[in-house]
Design a protein around this ligand. Structure first.
Ligand SMILES: Cc1cc2nc3c(=O)[nH]c(=O)nc-3n(C[C@H](O)[C@H](O)[C@H](O)COP(=O)(O)OP(=O)(O)OC[C@H]3O[C@@H](n4cnc5c(N)ncnc54)[C@H](O)[C@@H]3O)c2cc1C
Ligand SMILES: *[C@@H]1O[C@H](CO)[C@@H](O)[C@H](O)[C@H]1NC(C)=O
Ligand SMILES: *[C@@H]1O[C@H](CO)[C@@H](O)[C@H](O)[C@H]1NC(C)=O
Ligand SMILES: *[C@@H]1O[C@H](CO)[C@@H](O)[C@H](O)[C@H]1NC(C)=O
Ligand SMILES: *[C@@H]1O[C@H](CO)[C@@H](O)[C@H](O)[C@H]1NC(C)=O
Length: 490
C-alpha cells in the first residue's frame, strides 16, 4: 500500500510536470506604427485592450509554454461579448493585421499569440445548462476545471482532458482526449453546434443542419483555421453514481510485459475503462498506470482481472469516488484550484506518435525507454501512453476532421527544459531528431494536432490524414483570403 503523499509524489500528470519557472519575455517590443492601432477602429471595442506599452503586457502574453519567445502581438483584446469579436475581426481585416484566437493559452507552440492581434475569449465564459434537453451552451473562454465543476453541480458531465487550466476553445476544436474518452469519445465528438465569427466578422452557426461542412471541419481542425469560435453547444451526460479511479504500479524493467497485455487486450477492453501509462525520466524511474472506470470498484476489479493477470502490476489500487473527485484526482490540483485554475508557465517541447494496432514492436518500446533514460538531467522527459479505442474508434474517420479513429494508443514524449539556453537548444534538437527517426523506423504516420509541433514534417497528413484535402476546400470556401493563419494553419 502506498501513502497518499507517495501517490502524489509518484504520480505524474503532465499538467504539473514542469517546474514553476516564470520566464519573463525580455526582448523589448519595437515601437511600431501598429501600436494602439485598434483605437481607430470604426466600431469601438468594449473589452479591455492591452498594448505593448502596458505594464500588464509581458504577463498577458505569457502562455503555459514559455519556450517560444518570438511572438510579440501588437494588442491583446479581451472580448467582452460576441460583438467585440466581430468588431475586432472587421477592424483587423481592414487594417491588414493578422489575428489569432486565444482561449486557455495552452498551445504547445504558443500559436494563440502568433497574430498581430490576440483575440482572448476568456470573458466569453457562460455555461447555460438545459436540463431537459441535456445540453449546455459553453462559452469558448471557459477552462476545463470550471466546466467539470459547474456541470457536476447540475449532475452532468462532458468528456475532456485532465488539466483544469486547459481552455475548452483550443481543446475541443483539436479533439480533446482524457480519462473518459473510451466511454464518451473526444470532447469534439460531443459538440452539437458551434457559433463562430468568420473572416468577415459575421457570426454564423455550424451544426448538423446548417453549415455542415464547417461543422465537420471545426471538430478536429478548428484551431484558428476558419474563424473565432464564441460558444459550443455540448451534449451532456448524466454523471454516474460512482466511478472508480485506478492506480497500478509496474516494475520499470518489465515494461514489455505491460505492452504485451496492452497490445493483446487494449482494443477489446471494456469501454468503461480509460487509462494512461506514464513512464518517468531517468532521474525518477517509474511506470504507472492511472485511469478511470465507469462503475463500481467491484465491477472494475472484475473487468480488469484478465488485464491485471497479463500485465502483472506490482501494486493495484482502486478508488471508488464521484466523477468530479476523479477529475480532481487526475488533475493533481486541489478542489479550489480545479474550480479556479491558474497558469503554470514553464518551458517544454513535446512529440506525439499515434500507434495503430497491433502496437509497437518490443524494439519500438525499448527505443522510447532508452530515450527517456538517456536525456540530460536538465531535460527530464516523460513518455505518456494513452489507450485509444472504445468510443473514440466508433466514429468514422471521415465523419469529423478528427481522423484518428484506428489508433491503439497515443504516445506523448514530453520534455521539460530546465537548463540554460544552450542546454535547452541541444535537448530540443535531440528530441526533434529522435522524433523524425522514430517515425521512420517504426512507420508512424499520425500525430495528435492538439500536441502541435512546429518541427513535425508532413504535419498536414499526420494531423488530418485523409481529411486534409476536404479541410482545404472548406477553408477556401469560408476563409478564401487565408485571414486566419499561423505557421501550421490549414
Ligand atoms: C499542461 C497541458 C495539459 C494538457 N492536457 C491535455 C489532455 O489531457 N488532453 C488533451 O487532449 N490535450 C491536452 N493538452 C493539449 C491541449 O488540448 C491543447 O494545447 C489545446 O489546443 C489548448 O487549448 P487552449 O484553448 O488552452 O490553448 P490556446 O493556446 O488558447 O489555443 C490553442 C489553439 O487553438 C486556437 N483557438 C483557441 N481558442 C479558439 C477559438 N475560440 N476559436 C478558434 N480557435 C481557437 C488558438 O489560436 C491556437 O491555435 C494539454 C496541454 C497542456 C499545455
Ligand atoms: C497586407 O499585408 C501583407 C503581408 O503582411 C502584404 O503582403 C500586403 O501587401 C498588405 N496589403 C495591404 C493592402 O496593405
Ligand atoms: C455555472 O455557471 C453559470 C453561468 O456562468 C452560473 O450562473 C452558475 O452559478 C454556475 N454554477 C456553479 C455551481 O458554479
Ligand atoms: C477554498 O475556497 C473557499 C471559498 O473561496 C475558501 O473558503 C477555502 O478556504 C478554500 N480552501 C482552501 C483549502 O484554500
Ligand atoms: C507503413 O504504414 C502505412 C500506413 O499505415 C502502411 O500502408 C504500410 O504498409 C506500412 N509499411 C510498413 C513497412 O509497415
Amino acid at each position: 500500500m502506498m501513502s497518499e503523499s507517495m501517490i502524489k509524489k509518484v504520480f505524474l500528470r503532465f499538467c504539473l510536470l514542469s517546474l514553476l519557472i516564470i520566464v519573463v519575455k525580455t526582448s523589448p517590443l519595437k515601437k511600431s506604427k501598429k501600436i494602439n492601432i485598434l483605437e481607430s477602429c470604426p466600431n469601438p471595442i468594449k473589452g479591455q485592450i492591452v498594448y505593448p506599452d502596458n505594464s500588464k503586457y509581458t504577463q498577458d502574453i505569457t502562455c503555459e509554454n514559455t519556450r517560444v519567445t518570438t511572438f510579440h502581438p501588437a494588442a491583446i483584446v479581451y472580448a467582452s461579448n460576441v460583438e467585440d469579436v466581430q468588431n475586432t475581426v472587421k477592424c483587423a481585416k481592414s487594417s491588414n493585421l493578422t489575428i489569432t484566437a486565444r482561449s486557455g493559452g495552452h498551445s504547445y507552440e504558443e500559436y494563440s499569440i502568433s497574430g498581430d492581434i490576440v483575440l482572448d475569449v476568456t470573458n466569453l465564459n457562460q455555461i447555460d445548462i438545459n436540463d431537459n434537453a441535456k445540453t449546455a451552451v459553453i462559452g469558448s473562454g471557459n477552462r476545463l476545471g470550471p466546466i467539470y465543476y459547474n456541470l457536476s453541480q447540475a449532475g452532468f458531465f462532458i468528456p475532456a482532458g485532465s488539466c483544469p487550466s486547459v481552455g475548452i476553445g483550443g481543446h475541443a476544436l483539436g479533439g480533446g482526449i482524457g480519462l473518459y474518452a473510451r466511454k464518451f469519445g473526444t470532447a469534439s465528438d460531443n459538440i452539437l453546434s458551434i457559433d463562430i465569427v468568420n473572416a468577415n466578422g459575421i457570426l454564423i452557426t455550424a451544426n448538423a443542419n446548417q453549415n455542415e461542412e464547417l461543422f465537420y471541419a471545426l471538430r478536429g481542425g478548428g484551431n484558428n483555421n476558419y474563424g473565432i469560435v464564441t460558444s459550443f453547444t455540448f451534449k451532456l451526460h448524466p454523471t454516474p453514481p460512482k466511478v472508480t479511479s485506478i492506480h497500478f504500479v509496474y516494475d520499470f524493467s518489465k515494461i514489455q510485459t505491460v505492452f504485451d497485455a496492452i497490445n493483446k487486450l487494449g482494443l477489446t477492453l471494456t469501454d468503461d475503462m480509460t487509462f494512461s501509462l506514464v513512464m518517468a525520466p531517468s532521474s525518477d524511474t517509474h511506470l504507472e498506470l492511472e485511469g478511470v472506470y465507469q462503475g463500481t470498484k467491484k465491477n472494475a476489479q472484475k473487468d480488469l482481472e484478465n488485464f491485471i493477470s497479463l500485465s502483472k502490476p506490482t501494486s493495484t489500487e482502486f478508488f471508488e469516488e464521484s466523477l468530479f473527485s476523479s477529475v480532481v484526482r487526475w488533475g493533481f490540483e486541489s478542489v479550489n484550484d480545479t474550480m479556479n485554475p491558474s497558469h503554470h508557465p514553464s518551458k517544454f517541447k513535446a512529440k506525439s506518435f499515434l500507434i495503430k494496432p497491433p502496437g509497437l514492436s518490443p524494439k519500438g518500446i525499448q527505443s522510447i525507454k532508452d530515450f527517456t533514460l538517456n536525456t540530460p538531467k536538465d531535460c527530464p522527459t516523460y513518455a505518456i501512453f494513452d489507450l485509444f479505442g472504445g468510443a473514440i474508434n466508433k466514429v468514422a474517420a471521415d465523419e469529423t476532421a478528427f481522423v484518428h479513429r484506428n489508433i491503439l494508443y497515443g504516445i506523448q514524449l514530453y520534455m521539460n527544459l530546465n537548463g540554460d539556453s544552450t542546454t535547452n537548444k541541444k535537448c530540443i534538437d535531440q528530441i526533434n531528431n529522435f522524433g523524425t527517426n522514430y517515425q521512420k523506423s517504426f512507420n508512424i504516420s499520425s500525430s495528435y494536432q492538439n500536441y502541435i509541433d512546429k518541427e513535425l514534417d508532413n504535419w498536414q497528413t499526420r494531423y488530418y490524414g485523409s481529411n486534409f484535402q476536404k479541410l482545404v476546400s472548406i477553408k477556401r470556401k469560408f476563409d478564401p483570403d487565408n485571414f486566419f493563419h499561423f505557421p501550421q494553419s490549414i
